[in-house]
Structure formats: C-alpha cells, structure tokens
Design a protein around this ligand. Structure first.
Ligand code: PLP
Length: 390
C-alpha cells in the first residue's frame, strides 16, 4: 500500500507544543511580540471589508507582496539592525528609525529578484528541488538547521556534513574544499542554528569566491535581523547566491507562514517553476495582505529586534555569572550548558517549572540547551528557575 519512497522520509521534529498546561514557550525561536498593529488591522480589513475577495484565488505570484519585500530590503539595506543589536544598549520604545541608520545596498532589489512562499521551509524545499542534484553531495555544516537533512532525505540528495570548529564556528575552509572537490552546492544558516554564531559578510564573500561558480550557494538568514550581517549585498557580484529569509522570527509572524528568497532573476524563475508544478497558490490572500502591511512598518520590527537583542545580552551575562557555558549570540536564542548538568536534565527541570526550552539528542550537542529569548517578564521567570537548578 505504501510507496517505497516513504522509506526515505525522516520528518522534522518541531519544538513541542504541548496542550496539557500553559507553558512559556522558549523552544521554537518565535518572537515574543505580536506583529505590528498595522498587520492586525490589515487582517481584520481583508477578512471583513474584502470578504468577497476570499471567494477568489489569491495572486499566485504574490506580486504586491514581492514589491513590498523588495521595498523593505531597499529601505533597510537588507537587514533590520546590526550595530544596535550588538551594542548592549536598551532601546527607547517607539523611536522613529531614520534611514541613515541603515546601510545602502549596492543595487536596487527588484520584484524579479524575490520569490515569496508559504514559510521559508517551503521556500527551502523548492530550492532543494530546483538546485541540488541526487548524484552530487550537498555540503552542510554538521550542526545546522535540522530541516536540511529532512529535505535531503525527501529529495534523495546525499549530504556531506562538515564538522564545526571546536569553538562552534563553521569550518569555512573545509566546506569550500569539499564543495570544490566534487563541484557541489553549499547550504548553511547565517547566523547558524543552534549555535547562534554568525559569519561576517566578508567571510561569506571569501567562501563564495572560492566555491564552484556554477553551483548554487544558499545562505539561510532566518536570524540575521538580530545582529548578523546579510549576504544580500553580495548578490551584486555572485549570481549563484541565494539568500533565504522568513517572517517567522524578526517579523513576529510565525503563524502567518511567510518566507522568501532573494537571488538573481534567473534562479528565482527556477524556484517559481517548482512552485507552479506543486502548488500554484502557496500564499493565501490574507497572509499576502498581512505580509505587505508588515513590510511597511520596519520601525516597529527594528524596536522588537533591539529589545530582544538587549534582553539576550542581559541573559548571556546572567548565565556567565552562574558559571554556565554560553556562546555569544547574533540571534534571538542562546546555546548554553552547565558543567555537571546534562542538557536533557536541564530541559526537564525547566519544563517542570512551566517553561519549554529546546534540547537536541543529536550526538555532539546533547549537553546543551537552546533557549529562545522571550519578554523581560518571561526571562525573569526563567532566571529564577535557573538559580534554583542543581
Ligand atoms: C525558523 C527557521 C526557518 C523556518 O522558518 P519558517 O519561515 O517558519 O518556515 C528556516 N531556517 C532556519 C535556520 C530557521 O531557524
């Protein structure tokens, strides 16, 4: 009854969503803040005033949303906040963001350079299908986003998992060397998960220069707005680069299911061909409207990202004082462990007290827990629990 290909499926295990009690969820790297009020308003408007619109199919190519995304990228230089997120400074709320805070991109992002999809997970899936061959190893870091091996299984793409350096940074040289050897593609998250560390744009440029030019090179920037450096400016020089983004983290919209890719129009066309062969209408009308509204309120999301970054750096200081080992973070989560306590034990004890954090059983990282940064109140609660942990 069941097709042979099902044997290749090893589904992704998301952060748990238990229903038995109200937990504080710090296990899926969701943003603790609501989307901009403009988004909520637009959702109400699109379901009431435009209810007639819902009986019609949405724009299959989300053109207005793509334009809104392109505008947002052009306005922000590709990233919501960089220096501010590294500065350990508390942000003033509601402050207007001046355009001078952002770097300028070396080119204008056009609608043709954007592919918009139903969450970046779907975008990634189409990228795997469009660009990675089944007879070629794809280069991934040993510890990175755990959906990559899942898609590799789904599409029957062999992986070459390159181990990280002992300080948890990506082994750039080894990855590039492996890609050159077999003329392979590379994919990784920057900043990386679950390690929270990022490469600079200069480092990515070096990797791109030395990697095969006729193979697609994917940088997944799910967390870049919390203090990372975007590779988007490098699209001016490298037409084999694909940058993947999501509305789920810095744009407070995990429930909306919106993600996108930025790349040369030629590569975007290929991703669109995959979409049109699988699901013509991946983004529903309401989500398209909500996404457009989100892109128009950059100032709101900059404030959210700054607040999360401030809270994160406070939490890192706290953990260090409690003699935890914790990595610096350019993301909205921290990767940490306490000598003498097992990762799984920490996860269980914290869960007993009502907070969910993430523990991976994967060999090599099983001593650690990954903790999403929540609101100030949630983090106070967590700090109390950690002080009692033994
Ligand atoms: C959260 C995350 C995604 C998935 O984002 P969605 O848009 O919610 O599907 C993709 N890549 C990385 C590295 C992530 O952490």
């Amino acid at each position: 009854m069941i097709a042979d290909r099902m044997k290749n499926l090893h589904p992704y295990e998301p952060g748990e969503q238990p229903k038995d009690r109200e937990y504080i969820k710090l296990n899926a790297n969701e943003n603790p803040y609501s989307p901009s009020p403009k988004v909520t308003k637009e959702i109400i408007k699109s379901s009431k005033k435009y209810s007639q619109r819902l009986s019609l199919y949405p724009d299959p190519d989300s053109r207005e949303l793509k334009r809104a995304i392109a505008d947002m990228l052009n306005k922000t230089g590709g990233v919501l906040c960089r220096a501010e997120c590294k500065g350990r400074k508390k942000s003033g709320s509601g402050a207007e963001v001046s355009p001078s805070q952002f770097d300028k991109l070396p080119f204008n992002v056009t609608e043709e350079m954007i592919y918009a999809g139903n969450g970046s997970d779907e975008v990634l899936s189409f990228i795997f299908y469009a660009f990675f061959d089944g007879n070629k190893e794809l280069i991934v870091p040993e510890h990175s986003y755990s959906f990559y091996p899942v898609y590799a299984g789904f599409y029957q793409i062999p992986l070459n998992k390159v181990s990280l350096n002992t300080d948890w940074t990506l082994d750039k040289a080894k990855m590039v060397e492996a890609a050159k050897k077999n003329n392979s593609s590379i994919i990784f998250a920057n900043p990386n998960a679950p390690t929270s560390l990022g490469l600079t744009r200069e480092e990515i440029k070096e990797m791109l220069k030395n990697s095969p030019k006729d193979k697609v090179f994917v940088v997944d920037e799910a967390y870049v707005d919390f203090g990372g450096e975007s590779a988007i400016p490098l699209l001016a020089e490298f037409d084999n680069l694909v940058v993947v983004r999501t509305f789920s983290k810095s744009l407070c919209g995990a429930g909306l299911r919106l993600g996108y890719a930025v790349a040369s129009p030629n590569l975007i066309k290929q991703i669109t061909i995959v979409k049109n062969s699988l699901n013509h209408f991946p983004i529903d009308y309401v989500a398209q409207r909500a996404g457009i509204a989100a892109c128009s309120d950059v100032g709101y999301y900059v404030e959210c990202a700054k607040t999360v970054a401030f809270e994160r750096d406070e939490f890192i200081d706290f953990l260090k004082k409690q003699n935890w080992h914790v990595l610096e973070s350019q993301t909205n989560f921290v990767f940490c462990k306490k000598d003498g306590l097992k990762g799984e034990y920490c996860y269980e004890q914290i869960k007993k007290k009502g907070i969910l954090v993430r523990h991976f059983k994967t060999p090599g990282i099983e001593d650690y827990v990954r903790i999403t940064i929540g609101t100030n109140k949630q983090m106070k609660e967590l700090k109390k629990i950690i002080l009692e942990l033994k």
